[in-house]
Structures are given as structure tokens and as C-alpha cells.
Design a protein around this ligand. Structure first.
Ligand code: ARG
Length: 588
């Protein structure tokens, strides 16, 4: 379906044309003075110069040309030359009926759907997830769902950090604790045990100790480098231990991400492209893209138009070791070869901006991607505490993600069991749903690139621009519909009636903007646009709810029309929260 603003604009454009002016002037926007009108057109102002006429004269001509329009109930030319527009209820209702019978509420599918790979999450194995990983997971999941809803083929890849120096450190520390493990006996040729010789919590303790020791103790650091080399070059026992680390970590990561309602199609990591690196490096040398610089191998990526210094992209260190970007480039190569995507989208924190600029330029220059491949990086800001500094636990440590989810869930549980009775099982499930809405909406309602303050009181509030407020609104609608059914009504037989005026019309207008909001969020990779849309929609609904008799309405036809409007509002809201990555309970 065409967007409502386009339809309205077309009508005004006809008016301009009929009155003898250029139709392009008839672009309509939502009114910024809703007290005066619903929509507005400022084209007469823009046309004044071209036609050497006072804008009000043009506006008067257009208003006259639009008399009798089926779209507008009011077209008023007001000084100095605005066109103030109100639309007919019947026009809105026919649009709404179109939405109701359309699988995606009027959202049109792209003519050329793209195949998109989203690289998000990016956890490092053998280390617990902390709040720093929250944003990548939450934003990435939502971007994936938005693009998918909008008709693209989207593949989410977790791209784990599972290969570098940190793994060497973890294995080194394990060897210090348990030197007699069979894995470290390089003369051993038998089978290795199936079970890992550690639990995930034991594993998580190794890295911090190892990292600290390697900074203080040169000999330890040298041992760790050797271990990294052994692991990467495939020494059996070291590879077997690495596999255990991967399995134990992945099992734990799966649990953690599932707990956040985050789901990846591919569980690949840096290790998956290790074997592609030698050929890729050889290719870059042969084609003359890479050259030696101070012993290292680099690709120059600066361009004449640069206003800041863009250093070369380093492919191999002087000791021949691959780097973070080598892996990213090899991953691009692998993705292009095996999946042929049209577009790659990466989510990381803002600090990796220059890094991705270098990697993307290098990928283009070395033709790892086609000239048409779209490469996008979304850098997100930091989640801060109320003090404006990066979010910490009460004792100043890094907050584990599972703990953050648990604390938010506990707070929600306290709130919902405070004033009402609910079976224990249901209360727990509901608390979890609302907590996720609080965390995710609190994050997603900000433009990704901005820092934001995590404020558990505000995020979990049922009032204001919060996830729980949105859920509360949905639950309110659900409970009215449930009551209607209890009274013997049937939702299947409801039919939309011509929209009334006031709050009802405002709600209808807000609903008709759905396809535009979704399309905008997709085009700009901007989940916050969905949040802004549903916040307005929830506000419009609640105003309507407070002003309108619904179940108590005596005119049955009218009542059914209102209930049909409720069903559509619920469906649009639930579709939107689903692309944000959370769901609503039946009651709360
Ligand atoms: N593991 C990385 C980190 O913790 C994030 C990975 C982001 N994705 C990528 N393709 N580089 O910083």
C-alpha cells in the first residue's frame, strides 16, 4: 500500500496542478500544530518566488481547486500561505481497512530484496558476557528483525572472538593449574576425553588471572605466546583443549542469549577463517595490494579526499602473525564466497569506527567485495550508570549480563506482586517479559550512536517512554478484548466503522503511519524510530481509551467498530515489539 502521506500529497498535488502550479509543490507533512489541523502543506510558500505571487494567493487558488475533494474535510489557506488540512474520516477508514486485510499492515515489500549478513553479538569465548555486550546483542537482534520484516533475507552471525591471544592465555593458565592433564603431553597419541576438564565458572576465572600475569611477567607472556602458536598451528592436545573451551563457552552463551531472546543463525567465529588467511595474504601480495612496511605487511587505504589520517590496514605483523583485521577480511572473503550477500552490517561499540573504515576500504580495494556490495557499520555508544560513567556493579566491578537481567527481573517481580495476586509461575514469567522490555526498550529508544544512562527505576516504570508502559498498553487492550469474549462476543466478526473524531481519529491517524515508520527504521537501520512510533501510538490509544466508552457502548455496531480498532492497535503494537525483540504477557 502507498503510504498515507503519499496519498494525501498526491491529492494536494492534483490541486496545485488544477490551479496551474507545479504539482511538486504539493508535498504534505503531518501538522506541527495539531490544534489547528491534521496535516499541512507549505508548497505555496515555496512557489511564491517562482510564480512572483504572494503565497496566500497561491494557497487560496489551491484551496479552491481542492473543494469537493474526497480526501479532505477541510482545506484552509491561512496567512502567510500555509494550507491547513483535515482529512475525511471515511478516507482514513478505507486506508485502515486496507491495512487490516494486508499481511503487513500496508507495508510494501522491496522490489529487489537484499541478502544481508548482520555481524553482531561478538562475544569473546572463555569470558563472561558483560553489559558491554548487551547493546550489540539488543540492537543487532532488532536490526535483523526489522530488515527481515521489511522483506530482506537476513542472516545473523555471532562472530565469536574464539581464536586469538586470549585463548592462548586461558590455556596457559589452565596448564599452570593442571600441568598433568593429558592434553599437555605432546607425546600422547590416544583419544582425548569427551568431557571438558573444567566447568564454565572455572573457565571464566582463568582469563582475568592470566591476563594480569602476562602483563607483569615476561616469561609467562612468552609461554602464552607459544601456547597460542601451538593452538593455532594445530598441535593436537592444544587444539583439543581449545575445542573444550569452545564447547563449554558456546553452551553457556546459547543459554545467555536465549535468556535475552536473541538468536543467531550462524555461530561462527574468528577460528573458522584461520585456514583462509595464507591464500588471502598471498593473493593480496600477488595483486600488488599489500606491501611491506617496517617488516609488517600492509595495504594502504588512505584516499585523496581524506580530511583525517587513515593509517594503512595491517595484514600481518612483523612476526608474521595475523591480526583482528586479517580475520575480519578473511571472514568477508568467506561470506562473499559462500553466501554471496548484497550487504554486510556490523555492530560494535563506537571505538571501532576507524578500524571498520580501514577494513571496509581494504576489502573494496582488494576486491574481496564487489563494487555494489554495501558495507555498513553501526557504532553504538556506552551504557552508563546514573553518574554518567560506564555502568558498574555496586562495588565498582564490571557487571555481568546475566546478573543485570536477573536484577531487573527481580525488580519487576517485586513490582507486579506488590499490588496483585498472581500464581507464582505466571508472576515469574511475566516479570521476565517485562524486564526484557525494560532493558531492550531502554536501550533501543535511544539513537544507537548516543551513550545512555541505565536507570533501573525509570526503565521499569509503567509510565513514560518505557518498555513496561508499552506492554501495559497492550495488556490493557488484551483485557478489554478478553472481557468482550467472556460476554459472548466474537473477535472474528468485528468490522471497522468510519472513524469518529477527536481521540479516536488521532488514534486512527497514528495507526496509518505504521508502514512509513517501519520503512524508515529499515532504511536508516534505526530501531529507535519504531520506539518513537509505538510510544506515540500507545499515547494515542490511552487518550482514546480514557475518553471513550468501549464495552459500555450501547450502539452495537459502533461498539464492534471500536473493538476492531482495538484489535488492529494490538496487532500493530505487537508486531512492533516483536521487531524490537520482546513480547507482551496476557495480563500484568
Ligand atoms: N569480539 C569483538 C570484541 O569483543 C567484537 C567483534 C565484532 N565483529 C567483528 N566482525 N569484528 O570487540
Amino acid at each position: 500500500m502507498k503510504k498515507i502521506l503519499d496519498l494525501i500529497s498526491e491529492e494536494v498535488q492534483k490541486g496545485f496542478e488544477k490551479a496551474g502550479y507545479a504539482p511538486e509543490l504539493g508535498r504534505v507533512t503531518i501538522s506541527n500544530r495539531p490544534d489547528l489541523c491534521e496535516y499541512q502543506c507549505n508548497g505555496a510558500m515555496a512557489g511564491a518566488k517562482q510564480y512572483k505571487k504572494a503565497p496566500i494567493m497561491i494557497a487560496n487558488d489551491v484551496a479552491a481547486a481542492l473543494a469537493g475533494s474526497e480526501v479532505f474535510s477541510k482545506v484552509a489557506a491561512v496567512a502567510p500561505g500555509f494550507l491547513n488540512l483535515d482529512v475525511r474520516e471515511a478516507f482514513l477508514t478505507s486506508y485502515l481497512k486496507g491495512m487490516e486485510s494486508h499481511a503487513k499492515f500496508g507495508l510494501e515489500m522491496p522490489k529487489n530484496p537484499e541478502k544481508v549478513i548482520i555481524d553482531y553479538g561478538g562475544p569473546n569465548i572463555a569470558k563472561p558476557l558483560h553489559v558491554g555486550h548487551l547493546r550489540s546483542a539488543v540492537i543487532g537482534e532488532s536490526v535483523k528483525r526489522i530488515l527481515r520484516y521489511c522483506g530482506h533475507e537476513v542472516i545473523g552471525d555471532i562472530h565469536m572472538g574464539d581464536w586469538g591471544q586470549p585463548l592462548g592465555l586461558v590455556i596457559t593458565e589452565l596448564r599452570e593449574h593442571q600441568p598433568d592433564l593429558i592434553y599437555f603431553d605432546e607425546s600422547y597419541t590416544g583419544e582425548y576425553p569427551k568431557e571438558a576438564p573444567f566447568t564454565v565458572s572455572e573457565l571464566e576465572e582463568l582469563y582475568p588471572t592470566a591476563s594480569k600475569k602476562s602483563k607483569e611477567d615476561e616469561a609467562y607472556k612468552a609461554r602464552a605466546m607459544e601456547v597460542t602458536y601451538k593452538m593455532q598451528s594445530g598441535v593436537r592436545g592444544y587444539r583439543a583443549i581449545w575445542k573444550h573451551i569452545l564447547e563449554v563457552s558456546v553452551a553457556d552463551l546459547r543459554k545467555n542469549y536465549a535468556n535475552l531472546n536473541v538468536d543467531f543463525d550462524l555461530w561462527k567465529g574468528e577460528s573458522d577463517v584461520h585456514d583462509l588467511i595464507p591464500d588471502m595474504v598471498a593473493y593480496m601480495k600477488e595483486e600488488g595490494y599489500a606491501h611491506e612496511s617496517e617488516g609488517a605487511l600492509v595495504v594502504d587505504v588512505k584516499e585523496d579526499t581524506d580530511t583525517k589520517e587513515i593509517p594503512p590496514c595491517m595484514i600481518l605483523k612483523s612476526d608474521g602473525a595475523a591480526l583482528y583485521n586479517t580475520t575480519d577480511l578473511a571472514t568477508i572473503l568467506e561470506r562473499m564466497n559462500t553466501m554471496h550477500p548484497d550487504r554486510l552490517i556490523y555492530l560494535t561499540d563506537k571505538r571501532q569506527e576507524l578500524y571498520f573504515e580501514q577494513v571496509f576500504r581494504c576489502a573494496r580495494k582488494t576486491k574481496l567485495v564487489t563494487p555494489k556490495t554495501r558495507l555498513d557499520w553501526i557504532g553504538f555508544g556506552t551504557m552508563n550508570g546514573k553518574d554518567g560513567k560506564p555502568f558498574k556493579t555496586r562495588d565498582g566491578g564490571v557487571m555481568r549480563l546475566d546478573l543485570l537481567v536477573k536484577e531487573t527481573t527481580d525488580e519487576m517481580y517485586r513490582k507486579i506482586t506488590e499490588n496483585r495476586e498472581m500464581p507464582e509461575e505466571e508472576a515469574k514469567k511475566t516479570a521476565k517479559l517485562i524486564a526484557l522490555s525494560a532493558l531492550k526498550y531502554g536501550d533501543l529508544s535511544n539513537q544507537a550512536s548516543k551513550d545512555y544512562a541505565f536507570d533501573i527505576e525509570r526503565f521499569t516504570s509503567f509510565e513514560g517512554d518505557t518498555g513496561p508502559y508499552i506492554l501495559y498498553t497492550i495488556v490493557r487492550i488484551k483485557s478489554i478484548l478478553a472481557k468482550f469474549k467472556e460476554q459472548g462476543g466474537s473477535l472474528a466478526e468485528l468490522e471497522l466503522k468510519d472513524a469518529g473524531s477527536g481521540a479516536e481519529k488521532a488514534l486512527v491517524m497514528q495507526l496509518t503511519a505504521f508502514n512509513s515508520a517501519m520503512e524508515g527504521a529499515c532504511a536508516e537501520i534505526a530501531p529507535h524510530r519504531i520506539c518513537a512510533y509505538i510510544y506515540d501510538l500507545a499515547n494515542a490509544f490511552n487518550r482514546f481509551y480514557h475518553e471513550t466508552k468501549i464495552l459500555a457502548e450501547e450502539d452495537n455496531g459502533k461498539k464492534e467498530g471500536l473493538l476492531a480498532l482495538l484489535v488492529l492497535t494490538r496487532d500493530v503494537l505487537e508486531t512492533c515489539i516483536d521487531v524490537l525483540g520482546f513480547g507482551a504477557p496476557e495480563r500484568m
